[in-house]
Design a protein around this ligand. Structure first.
Ligand SMILES: [Zn+2]
Length: 200
């Protein structure tokens, strides 16, 4: 006889900025709300206030969320009855979130998170590779390249009208900066030349 299937897994929605990650997260949350599931939605905050917040997509869809500072704060807002844990912008939490989500999924919770897979240098974003590796389901969304219209998988950082330099700090004081979605070929970071340049 086969064992009864157990609940609990991790879903990650990832990709560059402007790919609709939050929109997809909200779509999944909405469906689970219709199904009357017990859901808690989290959002990391950079400042130090705990507050009721909202997750809002570019299309202005929204849902109520709990603002948290540390991954460990998740435990203050969930109980045995919680069936679904959702987190928007998960990449802004601390690395402890990886083990916490792994634990929660093993305890039968459905975990759904959205977050950037890479930074403006196209390097893996902090602990995200670990989360992607332990997730059961990964959805990698693409945006549209603002330069050529191809599917965009990278986030281009623009500082004072020019592509950001590789060594630019993550936070620049006094500079005007913005972000765009771009494909592999249109993305620029002025990186150091690689050893295998010119082989093919
Ligand atoms: Zn392009």
């Amino acid at each position: 006889m086969m064992l009864k299937q157990k609940e609990g897994w991790i879903e990650v929605i990832t990709g560059p900025m402007f790919a609709g990650k939050t929109e997809e997260l909200l779509r999944r949350i909405k469906r689970l709300e219709y199904a009357k599931k017990n859901i808690v939605v989290f959002k990391p905050v950079i400042d130090n206030r705990y507050a009721e917040g909202e997750v809002v997509s570019h299309n202005k869809n929204r849902t109520k969320s709990v603002n948290i500072i540390k991954a460990n704060d998740i435990f203050k807002y969930i109980s045995k009855e919680t069936e679904v844990i959702a987190i928007d912008e998960v990449q802004f939490l601390d690395e402890a979130v990886v083990k916490i989500l792994d634990y929660l999924a093993s305890r039968g919770k459905r975990v759904i998170v959205s977050g950037l897979d890479s930074d403006f240098r196209v390097e893996p974003f902090s602990f995200m590779p670990k989360l992607l590796a332990i997730a059961e389901f990964v959805t990698k969304l693409t945006a549209v390249c603002v330069v050529c219209g191809a599917p965009a998988t990278k986030t281009q950082r623009i500082v004072d009208g020019k592509p950001a330099k590789y060594l630019d700090p993550i936070v620049l004081i006094g500079a005007s900066e913005s972000y765009e979605a771009r494909c592999r070929h249109c993305h620029k970071v002025y990186r150091k030349p690689q050893n295998y340049k010119g082989i093919i």
